[in-house]
Design a protein around this ligand. Structure first.
Ligand code: S3P
Length: 438
């Protein structure tokens, strides 16, 4: 979808007010379909994200003969086929823009009796896949990539997988999850040791399906052959999507919004800590559990922000939220520095380059480094920004448009559908002055 002609035009907005139910968590929605498909029995999902990425996962399982029955716009019943019940797909599985689908499925499919091929759009076809195919090969998986280590991935079925112990060089939930899913099919236990915290939705959800996944510090393990028992998954609202109304409300004076039922899993909540360090008023009300995940109602009141040096330990806990944090940094007083974030260069776009270019285009001074960026805050003028087909770049600049005296026009925004369907209507409902054109 990259290169699409869809654009947003955002003009200076009055205070954002009211309540918004942000769509379901993308990471959790993917996993709910995958584990539901492998379970024995019918899994009920509430709050599923009907965004393009999760629909790509759903279509992949439908192509392997898993029935996914819609019960409402965000409700689904997955008719699980059991650990060994998937059927061979008759065509390559097209995962669109979704790195999570491709990386997790490569682990899951490496253990099947049948072969399969995974393909994606132009952005996904540029993203590094050796980080999953190499450790999976150590388990006995046979996966062929292009010479550059990218998709298409050809996964040869009928391999006997062996458990192994892995010391990952980067904290990555996608790599960890691919190994744990392959580990369900391995003869010996699979152990994953990470250098830092990455999101732990897979471990939590496997436990909800009755799988024993002992976790100790930065290490987790799984034994193969454990059956999954169908369950009910209540998907929280996605904190990564909440980030856009959160920063918009913080920046536009007089704003006061409530976002109910947002996931606040500590392995994801770095953005809240960083915003707090910047002086933001974000209150977590009514903290409670949605199944295995903690959720809260986020109450945000506008107020002045100041720049910070983001502690490197918080970087993996906020990795998807840096585009949103950087627009907040542009409006903060003083300087914000991010280091230790080289992973941002291999997301849906090179997010360091995309944000640097976009911020410069709207009048913000930035300095780009290989592993991060420095933003000189204090205000923004406005102008034209290319989102480069990256949903989070598009939504971040839409939030910034609210405080740009000349407004911000953002091009190539169609991929907002991957994670936040209804973004324009939702933000307009809070008071953002936003229009979309084809
Ligand atoms: C995800 C993990 C993260 C994140 C991505 C979703 C997941 O990537 O950036 O958007 O659902 O597992 P890492 O694999 O780098 O942790």
């Amino acid at each position: 979808m990259s290169g699409s002609s869809q654009r947003f035009l955002v003009r200076p907005s009055g205070p954002l007010r009211g309540e918004l139910r942000v769509p379901g968590d993308k990471s959790i929605s993917h996993r709910a379909v995958m584990l539901g498909a492998l379970a024995d029995g019918i899994t009920t999902i509430e709050g599923f994200l009907p965004g393009e990425d999760c629909l790509a996962t759903r279509r992949a399982f439908e192509a392997m003969d898993v029935a996914c029955e819609e019960t409402s716009e965000t409700g689904m019943r997955i008719h699980g086929v059991g650990l060994y019940g998937l059927s061979e797909p008759s065509a390559p599985l097209d995962l669109g823009n979704s790195g999570t689908s491709m990386r997790l499925l490569s682990g899951l499919l490496a253990g099947q009796e049948f072969s399969s091929t995974l393909i994606g759009d132009a952005s996904l076809s540029r993203r590094p896949m050796r980080r999953v195919t190499e450790p999976l090969a150590r388990m006995g998986a046979q996966i062929e990539t292009t010479e550059a280590g990218t998709a298409p991935l050809h996964i040869r079925g009928g391999q006997r997988l062996h458990g192994a112990s892995f010391d990952l060089s980067v904290a990555s939930a996608q790599v960890k999850s691919a190994l744990l899913l392959a580990g369900l099919y391995a003869q010996e236990p699979t152990i994953v040791n990470e250098p830092g915290i990455s999101r732990d939705h897979t471990e939590r959800m496997l436990a909800s399906f009755g799988v024993d996944v002992p976790v100790s510090g930065l290490s987790c393990r799984v034994r193969g052959g454990q059956r999954l028992k169908a369950t009910t998954i209540d998907v929280p609202a996605d904190l990564s999507s909440a980030a856009f109304p959160v920063v918009a409300a913080l920046m536009v004076s007089g704003s006061d919004i409530l976002l109910p039922g947002v996931g606040v899993n500590p392995s994801r909540a770095g953005i809240l800590k960083i915003l707090e360090m910047m002086g933001a008023q974000v209150s977590l009300l009514n903290v409670r559990a949605a199944g295995a995940e903690p959720i809260a109602d986020l109450h945000i009141v506008a107020g002045p922000l100041h720049g910070v040096d983001v502690p490197p330990a918080l970087v993996p806990l906020a990795i998807d939220e840096f585009p949103a944090l950087l627009v907040a940094a542009a409006m903060a007083s003083g300087v914000t520095r991010i280091t230790g974030a080289a992973e941002l260069r291999v997301k849906e776009s090179d997010r360091i380059a995309a944000m640097a270019k976009g911020l410069e285009a709207v009048g913000v001074r930035v300095e780009e480094a290989e592993d991060g960026i420095t933003v000189h805050g204090g205000g923004v003028r406005g102008g034209l920004v290319d989102a480069l087909g990256d949903h989070r770049i598009a939504m971040s600049f839409a939030a910034l448009g609210a405080v740009a005296p000349e407004g911000i026009e953002i091009v190539d925004v169609a991929n907002v559908q991957t994670s936040f369907p209804g973004f324009v209507g939702a933000m307009a409902g809070l008071g953002l002055n936003i229009e979309q054109s084809a």
